[in-house]
Design a protein around this ligand. Structure first.
Ligand code: ADP
Ligand code: MG
Length: 230
């Protein structure tokens, strides 16, 4: 479904990522884990076409990503950016319906899709009229997820979606995310720096350090491998 081949991206002298090879299977959850500054967000931005790599290529759904198909390919993906990225001047409903309105969906279709997503993400429908600052951190993440799911994309990219939440809310959202990913059968690529979260949510776990992939496998494979490689 997603294949990165020999991807490198530098900012001047600064290496963001280099020689990254990655394959994400359809319907699976791939978790990228690594320390801050290791290149995790860069990998997601390359997948969604927001960053053009210096070298290498990206294939989505069997099609190589190029300038002319980038927009069409991006429409197949929902993206939850680091820190949620909700527009503060729009209500929850305003945020989740932004793209649908832009694409000309009628009000009834928008409303019924929003209700469906509230059920899926356990977000109270009566809070759709609130602004991001008027809901809790956990609810904001649910709204970010609804926004990413609105157009029913095949692929969902999530950049540390639970990063800023306190532990109890975080574990509740982890299990909700797992249920949602399983129910929808989407291809998911998620970034975290928490190994417990990676093991809980990932069918496949990819370690990244200093812009390079150091190890890949299921949590079982990784736990059985020599400790110094983890
Ligand atoms: P992570 O998400 O793992 O914290 P990033 O992918 O955001 O890491 O960044 C990887 C490296 O690339 C870091 O050293 C970061 O400082 C650098 N970097 C990322 N974006 C830029 C940019 N726009 N300009 C300069 N350096 C950048
Ligand atoms: Mg990041």
């Amino acid at each position: 479904m997603i294949r990165l081949h020999n991807i490198s991206k530098y900012y001047g002298e600064i290496k963001a990522i280099s020689s990254v090879d990655l394959a994400c299977k359809a319907g699976e959850t791939t978790v990228l884990i690594g320390p801050s500054g290791s290149g995790k967000s860069t990998v997601l931005r390359v997948i969604i076409g927001l960053i053009i790599p210096d070298s290498g290529d990206v294939m989505i759904d069997g099609e190589t990503l190029i300038r002319t198909n980038a927009l069409a390919q991006r429409r197949k993906m929902g993206y939850v950016i680091q820190e949620g990225g909700l527009f503060p001047h729009l209500t929850a409903m305003g945020n989740i319906s932004l793209m649908a309105r832009y694409l000309g969906w009628n009000e009834g279709k928008i409303q019924s899709r929003a209700e469906e997503l509230c059920g899926l993400t356990k977000f109270p429908e009566d809070a759709l009229s609130r602004y991001p600052l008027q809901i809790s951190g956990g609810q904001r993440q649910r709204v970010s997820l609804m926004r990413a799911l609105m157009l029913d994309p095949d692929i969902i990219l999530l950049d540390e979606p639970l990063g800023s939440l306190d532990p109890l809310i975080r574990s509740e959202l982890q299990s909700d995310l797992k249920d949602i990913f399983r129910a929808l059968g989407k291809t998911v690529v998620m970034v975290t720096h928490d190994i417990g979260e990676a093991g809980f949510l990932g069918d496949k776990i990819v370690f990244i350090n200093g812009g390079e992939i150091t190890q890949t496998g299921t949590i079982q494979e990784l736990l059985n491998s020599p400790k110094d490689r983890l």
